[in-house]
Ligand binder design. Sequence first.
Ligand SMILES: [Zn+2]
Length: 550
Amino acid sequence: MGATPAGVKLWPGGIVPYEINADLGNIVAIKDAIKTIEQQTNVRFVARYLQDDYVRFSKQTLGNANSKTGRKGGRQFLNASLNDVGSIMHEICHTLGMLHEHQRDDRDASVIFHADRVTEDMDDYEKRDTGTKTEKYDFESLMHYNVGDVSNPIFESVAGIPSPANIGSKGALTITDKTLLEAIYPAAPVVRRTDGEGGAGAVIQASAISAMGVNNTAVVANAIVNASGKYQLVLWRIRDNGVVLRMPDPVGATGGKATDVQVVAVGRLYVSAMRNAAGKLLLISHGNNFDRLHDSAGLAGEASDVHIISISNDRVVTPCISGSGRVLSIIWQLRPDGSIERFFDSGTDGPKAKRVSSVLMQDDGSIQIAGILYTTPSSKLVLSTWKVDAGSITRLADSGEVMGKADFAQVVKADTGHVVVVCRDASSKLLLIPFNVSDDGVTITRLSGLEGRAGKIREVAAVSRPYGVLTAVISEKGHILLIKWAINADGALERLGDSGDQAGQGSQLSVTALPFATQATVCTAARDGSAKLLPITWDDVDGPGELDVV
Ligand SMILES: [Zn+2]
């Protein structure tokens, strides 16, 4: 089996940024080697754009004769001057952190090494302090040298089998090589599909995105606060390969001054919710060509935090924090012409709160159960359930203060039926808390001990995915990072892969699923390091590497 040297540094997320020297004449072989490794492991190669740590495929040069083992930091050369794919894969495996099999510190149990028969550099034969390794020595590892002259071999097996002629690499990853790579890169990463801001310009607040298919093309609508402090709907067309193209602004794309902007798809229309310049809740509807249709004018009062979810083809709920500091949910009816009618609300006696978020938990056509997550005046999270029928919204239950203090709290409904609260906890770490909520919404049970946890973050947003939950975070260093979480049948959250080092500085991150693009499955929007709106598409499924995307 394979092995790594002790203390080797790996590539975060299994993502290896790379460049290829233009003077190499074997680019086809290099790409074949990359594709083969991507198809057989969880590692993915991405064309380097800004990453500090990256690999440069180059010709063998003195002083850079061998590929470095693992991630060295900064630019590192990879000797790609040999034409056969197996040799290039061998060098790539060094870069991924693999040690020569015959240099394992436990090799003596398996091979007899004849040092006197070595005519080349002894450094490549000496035993090294081994880190991760698997039980069995692998005579056919891609990382095992051949024996040289079989009648006077450098290596012989202790057991006599295999014979010298059968010792050494066959130019391919063995099952055991793949097992080692699986151990050190255990999860398929999230691969970035496009970069470039796409010409959206400066923003104050990046805010929410919502995806829909228009004429069989994926379109993402991005509600933002632009540099003038005004509400604006920015549209993006997403190609199947994830390339993001800015679409022309629709009629009435820009509104008045606003904060807390959000947008959702409602049937064939879009509705944005926001807090206007007067501090009041305002809804704006957009048609299926995104032209502005109507707004809610003066139908709602003061609101200090605004959320919106679509609960049917023609209704939305806007949970908000009312002028008196309580959770207030207003149900709105959207007519086919886009006019907005205030239907009913949850009354003035809602719980005291300062932040609010929501999710649709159940929908049987005539009755919906909405989950409303709010932050109490003492910053503690509470999950509550509300029943919405034809003429009323009534509170069913709440979790009590079982979650402690947190911010950036959001609630998602997973495909398993579990409800997951995603937040930044009191120690600024990412926390995912699973709940069982009965179908009727009456019982809410925290599944203690099954939480998902990660390190310190600045922000988090989340979206439900077929495998569980995808969290889009701003890391402690201020970088955009996507982390996948599986949710088991019992509700336990288990960390899967992440996006490694593929995106730079960002803030005000939001994430949405892209059901319509085949090679890009999610889209994030953020305010980038230069305060511009930055949409990025990603593949969070076990998708092909970059070279296989057309
Ligand atoms: Zn080597």
